[in-house]
Design a protein around this ligand. Structure first.
Ligand SMILES: O=C(O)CCC(=O)C(=O)O
Ligand SMILES: [Fe+2]
Length: 289
């Protein structure tokens, strides 16, 4: 009985109403991911879905596979999610309050990646050991439409090389035993099946793949029932690693900073402009005179 309560307390599946009372950092550090059920209200899901469909220029019923990077630069509407109170709570709990938005924020429609991979890894697919041993770079998968979509992870692989042999392999061909949330185990394949409104947060090092469950392990094209609209923003800790990744994306996004004038420089600038105008007037007068 006690064991079950303990397991429930540290389960990587949590409901939004329990967000603030669960040991988030501990759950995340142990497993490398958390699935948050009902993170978005149905109204928010609808609004986001409309905006995703509009931006990607696909009508509601389209099964077209589309991909776009850089959601906030497409429309500031997508800022609402990354600035929301609950996301700020998660980011500051996992990364500390000085976290960075990494300027990478994908919009994916009906895509899947059925090769096992880590979003950040060594050249041969191995695991980085970031020191100190705390989360440094995290990514969210926010599901606004999800039908027959599976997100497969190896719990604990963000800190372990035990399952490296899977790296680069096709999930459909190489994955036999699959666990579901109720009976998940470390180092064994776990299939998460998100509903619309659910949010997954994961360590970029975790071994994962995204699967069209309709294909029942056949790597063919999208079939009728598979649908998926997902936003993928990424955040980093203010650490050497987090800051390096931040600088990398900042450069890619051509964010070269913005010169801001403080009040004093503003005054000085006004004086200078006034002076230049006077000089011009004086110069013109002398020319005309
Ligand atoms: O489901 C997708 O669209 C791709 C997921 C993924 O793992 C990735 O983009 O790295
Ligand atoms: Fe990935």
């Amino acid at each position: 009985m006690l064991k079950n309560i303990f397991k429930y307390e540290t389960s990587p599946e949590i409901f939004i109403e329990d967000l603030k009372s669960k040991p988030i950092l501990k759950i995340f550090s142990n497993n490398g991911f958390i699935l948050i059920k009902n993170f978005f209200s149905s109204g928010t899901v609808k609004k986001n879905l409309n905006e995703i469909n509009r931006i990607l220029e696909i009508d509601k019923h389209s099964l077209t596979e589309k991909y776009m990077s850089d959601a906030v630069n497409r429309n500031p509407f997508f800022l609402d999610f990354i600035l929301s109170e609950n996301l700020n709570f998660l980011n500051s709990t996992l990364l500390g309050k000085d976290y960075f938005f990494l300027q990478t924020y994908d919009i994916h429609a009906n895509t899947y990646a059925h090769q096992w991979h880590r979003d950040i890894s060594t050249k041969t697919g191995g695991n980085f050991n970031f020191l100190p041993d705390i989360p440094h770079i995290i990514k969210y998968a926010a599901y606004f439409e999800s039908s027959n979509a599976g997100f497969f992870v190896i719990p604990g692989s963000h800190k372990s090389n035990v399952k490296n042999s899977l790296f680069g392999k096709d999930m459909y061909k190489n994955t036999k035993k699959i666990n579901y949330m109720k009976s998940f185990k470390k180092d064994e394949v776990l299939c998460l099946i998100p509903d619309p409104g659910d949010l997954i947060v994961f360590d970029l090092r975790i071994l994962h793949c995204a699967v069209n469950l309709d294909e029942s392990k056949k790597p063919s094209r999208i079939s009728k029932k598979f649908r998926k609209k997902v936003l993928w923003p990424s955040f980093g800790r203010k650490s050497f690693l987090g800051e390096s990744i931040y600088q990398y994306y900042r450069f890619l996004r051509k964010d070269f900073g913005q010169v801001k004038f403080d009040k004093l420089s503003e005054k000085k600038l006004k004086k200078k402009v006034y002076f230049l105008k006077l000089m011009k007037k004086f110069h013109l007068n002398t020319l005309n005179g």
